[in-house]
Design a protein around this ligand. Structure first.
Ligand SMILES: [Zn+2]
Length: 388
């Protein structure tokens, strides 16, 4: 489905196919991931449906490329009939074919786009419907509509009660999933005069201005444990080694996503319980600083601060806690002493240590950065957007 159209350009760290099974977000549209439980016959039908739909996409893509026609409706005009005749797909599915092809060319129309036989395919409410008790999904296939049970977590089930839009039929490791977009109600935002400042970094994933250190030790540990194995596998160049490597990175990513969820939840709860907003640095600043800190790069390389930030933002939105982005420049070099406020690179002695060269105030560098971020949020006028 197309998230580009919703102004999501600020969140490029979400690549749909790489996400673990769980709840992920796009603004305040959340995606519930449901695992289908088809019979072997239904499994074959779903597979055939995906293969046929993607073959139709490739057909439409070839026409689009040849004729340089990339708009959904123009393309539909050109080859709707041919596709209906050639592929045994329902009218609603064929319409989704053009939507998918047009979406692909929207991203890049300088190269001919191709679709893998089992690539995810977008369905809509006319092709998929749900019953929640018992959990049954009814889905269009090449063999007619099929009803089958599905499993999902409680949170996902709650999401399904809300309004629903498009979903993607996804094939992964011989299982079928529906990634269903759901609208989530937001709580009205509570205005805040006081903020909880959050510094995101390496040694500590996040440190807040209340001196809570959210550490990433577990992450280093996981990566460390895997490093030797990873190197061994990389040297092998076999298919099985490649598969194992892929599985490892999947494990690490799921672990990291979970850590981000836990940290975001704690931070939002702290802010909510104390009636404060959350102050964050804007994303560009974080990236810049992260590349500046050498040596830590391998640990950090795969860490998604963008994801952590998104988790904080959407969890905050759901409970009405306001999030504010502040200018990230020199937050880690500014003395927190209100009578001093000296800004100097030399204030930062080491990764952890801050010692003001003018007034001598000393403390943990990440905590001081969080204090500075808090100060900036409390000083600046409210209603500054968070996406910078
Ligand atoms: Zn100072």
């Amino acid at each position: 489905m197309s998230h580009q159209a919703r102004g999501e350009a600020e969140t490029p760290y979400f690549a749909m196919p790489n996400l673990p099974i769980g709840v992920i977000l796009f603004g305040m549209k959340l995606i519930a991931q449901l695992k289908l439980q088809p019979t072997p016959e239904q499994h074959a039908l779903l597979k055939q449906t995906l293969e046929t739909a993607n073959a139709a996409c490739n057909y439409a893509s070839a026409v689009a490329w040849e004729q340089q026609v990339f708009g959904q409706f123009a393309l539909q005009k050109l080859c709707y009939k041919a596709i209906r005749q050639q592929f045994d797909l329902g009218a609603d599915v064929v319409v989704r074919v053009f939507a998918k092809v047009a979406d692909a060319y929207k991203l890049d129309n300088q190269t001919k786009r191709g679709f893998k036989p089992l690539a995810a395919f977008p369905f809509n409410e006319r092709l998929v419907s749900y019953k929640l008790t018992p959990q049954v999904v009814s889905i269009w296939t090449m063999g007619g509509r099929q009803k089958m049970p599905f499993v999902c977590g409680e949170q996902q089930l709650a999401l399904l009660q809300g309004l629903r839009g498009e979903c993607d039929l996804v094939y992964r490791k011989d299982e079928f999933y529906l990634f269903q977009t759901c609208d989530v109600e937001e709580a009205p935002e509570i205005e805040a005069d006081e903020f909880l400042g959050i510094d995101m970094g390496i040694a500590n994933i996040a440190v807040d201005s209340d001196t809570t250190f959210h550490q990433g030790k577990g992450i280093k540990h996981v990566r460390y444990r895997h490093r030797a194995l990873r190197e061994k596998l990389q040297a092998k160049h076999t298919d099985s080694a490649r598969r194992k490597l892929k599985r490892l990175s999947g494990q690490e990513r799921r672990y990291a996503t979970n850590v981000n969820h836990v940290i975001a939840k704690q931070i939002v709860k702290t802010a909510q319980d104390t009636g404060r907003g959350i102050a964050l640095e804007n994303l560009k600043g974080i990236r810049k600083r992260v590349t500046a800190r050498r040596g830590q790069r391998t640990v950090l390389h795969s860490w998604s601060f963008g994801q952590l930030r998104s988790f904080m933002e959407y969890k905050a939105k759901r409970v009405g806690v306001c999030c504010k982005a502040v200018d990230p420049r020199n937050t880690s070099r500014t003395c927190p002493n209100p009578d001093c406020r000296h800004v100097d690179k030399a204030n930062r002695k080491t990764q952890d240590q801050f010692l003001c060269i003018r007034c001598g105030r000393a403390g943990h560098a990440d905590y001081f950065a969080a204090l500075e971020i808090r100060r900036r949020a409390e000083v600046n006028p409210p209603n500054v957007g968070t996406s910078a």
